[in-house]
Structures are given as C-alpha cells and as structure tokens.
Design a binder for this molecule. Structure first.
Ligand code: PBG
Length: 326
C-alpha cells in the first residue's frame, strides 16, 4: 500500500497542521431576547432553550459587556414587546423594546460591539405573522407589509443600530429597506438579509421564547418562507436580494441546509452567514441533558461543519459560551 491517508491523522499535531477549517471568535454572533416587561437585572430562562434568557432593556447591557469582553464581535436582538396589534406598531415605536435596548447598549459599548437588529413583524403582531393579514382572503399581504418594515428599519437605524437584518421573507423587502434607509441618511447601514430562510420546524423553541407563533387561521409561514425541498429557489432568492442591495446573506436553519450554504458560497461573492437556529440548539442541549452525546464536542463539531460548508459567520446560541473555549 503506497497511499495511507491515516499517516496524516496519527497525532494531534499533524491533524492540527493539515486541518482545513478554523473556527474563531470573530465568526460568532450571539442572539439575545429582550423582554419589555422585565426591569433592571431581572432575567427569565426560556423553557425550551435551557441556559438562554430573556433580558430587560437595561440588563441586556451587562450581558453585552460580557459578550464583547469575551471577544464575540456581534449580537442580534429580538424583542418581546409589552403590546401587540394587527400592524406591529410596537416594532416602530421610538420607545419600543429594541429601540431602547439599542440605545442602552450603544451608549455603553459604542464600537466595541456590533448590534444587529432582526427586522420583522411576527414578534409584534397579535396574529404572529411576519406580514399584514388580509382576513377576507386569508392571505399574508406582501406589498402592504413593506412600508411597515421600512418604518421599523428607520427607527432601529435612528436608535443607532449597526446592521439591519430582515427576516420576514416578503418579496422586494431588501430593495424597499435600502431605499428607506438611504432616504433617511442611513446609507452606511448594511443589510444582512435572511436570503434563504426556510419554513422550518426548527424555529419551534424561538417562537416559544419570542411568543411569535402564528395564531390566525393561517397556521404556518409556508406562503412566505421557503420550501425545504428546494435549492434552486435559494439561488433565485439570494440573487434577488443581492440585486436589491443586500450586503450580507444568511442561510437559515443551518444543519439541514448545509448544501444551501455551500451553493450560496460557490455562487455569490458577498459574505454568506448561517443561522444555527433555536431547534438546532435545543436538539443538542436535550441530547446532552440525557447524557446521549458529549455536549462541548457536539457543539464544536456542529459549528465547524457549518463553517466548512462555507459560512463566513454563524449566528448561534452558544456564541458566548464557546468564545470562552476558543
Ligand atoms: C422572525 C425570526 C424567526 C427566527 C429568527 N427571526 C422566527 C420565525 O421565522 O418564525 C428564528 C430563529 C430561531 O429559531 O432561532 N421572523
């Protein structure tokens, strides 16, 4: 036998020497939930996501300081507002939960931490959908939703956010947001678009955390989020977002869609990130709690796999903890 692949695996040093993928702190983005009903240092554990918490608009600052000190470059914020209505008006309230959190974090940390705001309606609508609803025809409205998304983005930008991340999956939203931001003197704020966002059962724990499960007659998000059987559609979606002005693209979820991350990275020359979502987190946590897998090894392997597929950065709920380890 002349060829023996095992030669390059014999010791840790040689494996490290030939390792093709590196995971570093700069690859990580930490998602944070902010609950408007909480005060000061109060925090609330999320039942379906062990070790993940909802913070108050003040308490989140301390958490962000720790995250920044650990060397994680960015957080992405999700809000749980005091009130919800048909049109998500609490999402563009200048004194809304995310607006306050952005101002508090930025006042303390300035350029030491990137603050990304998930931009969507579902956490703020009484019906839990990412767009307005036409009840007569039981439809999630597209074009009518765009001005609301624009108002939300402008309001986050005015509060000092670094990056806008639309996750609603309405057609034309990146173009609408770019125009709205530009017309309001926010030409420098990048758009991180959830370009390929699939209608996934892995968002379950998040909807529990953010109280954003769809509640109307329209029971799921399949008319706007993508069908898991498709990959060509991901290329079309990403292409459109880039044409409309997206600066960064997200693929979401990550593990069942590693091929999509790879296709996106092979086809487009802007940074592609992945979102390892709540269900992926809870799946590993649940198996670990039961002693069925080695938790840290499974997390590190998962993040490397996502990186190897072609993700430049990874939004994931282990970011803070794993930064200590890296
Ligand atoms: C809002 C949004 C969702 C997630 C991120 N942004 C929920 C959804 O689309 O239902 C899910 C994130 C996660 O599961 O960790 N549209």
């Amino acid at each position: 036998m002349i060829k023996r692949p095992r030669r390059l695996r014999n010791t840790k040093k040689i494996r490290d020497l030939v390792g093709e993928t590196t995971l570093i702190k700069n690859d990580l983005i930490m998602p944070l939930f902010i609950d408007e009903t909480l005060k000061g240092s109060e925090k609330k554990e999320i039942t379906s996501m062990p070790n993940q918490y909802r913070f108050s608009t003040e308490g989140v600052v301390e958490e962000c300081k720790e995250i920044a000190d650990l060397g994680v470059p960015a957080v992405i914020l999700f809000g749980i507002p005091k009130y919800k209505d048909e049109i998500a008006s609490s999402a563009y309230d200048e004194n809304g939960v995310i607006q306050k959190a952005i101002r508090n974090i930025k006042a303390e940390l300035g350029n030491d931490l990137l603050v990304i705001a998930d931009t969507c309606l579902c956490e703020y609508t009484s019906h839990g959908h990412c767009g307005l609803i036409d009840y007569k025809n039981n439809k999630v409205l597209n074009d009518e939703t765009l001005p609301i998304l624009s108002k939300i983005a402008i309001s986050y930008a005015n509060s000092g956010v670094d990056i806008i991340a639309p996750s609603d999956m309405m057609d034309g939203r990146v173009g609408a947001l770019r125009k709205a931001l530009d017309e309001n003197n926010h030409t420098d704020i990048p758009i991180m678009s959830y370009g390929a966002k699939y209608a996934s059962s892995f968002y379950g724990p998040f909807r529990d955390a953010a109280e954003s499960a769809p509640k109307s007659e329209i029971k799921d998000r399949k008319t706007y989020q993508m069908d898991y059987r498709n990959s060509n559609e991901a290329i079309r979606e990403i292409e459109l977002d880039i044409e409309e002005g997206a600066d960064l693209i997200l693929v979401k979820p990550a593990l069942p869609y590693l091929d999509i991350i790879k296709i996106a990275n092979d086809n487009f020359n802007i940074p592609i990130g992945a979102y390892c979502v709540s269900g992926e987190y809870s799946m590993i946590e649940a198996a670990s709690i039961n002693g069925w897998i080695n938790r840290t090894d499974a997390i590190i392997e998962t993040l490397h796999g996502i990186k190897r597929a072609g993700a430049s950065f990874i939004i994931n709920y282990w970011a803070k903890e794993i930064a200590k380890y890296l």
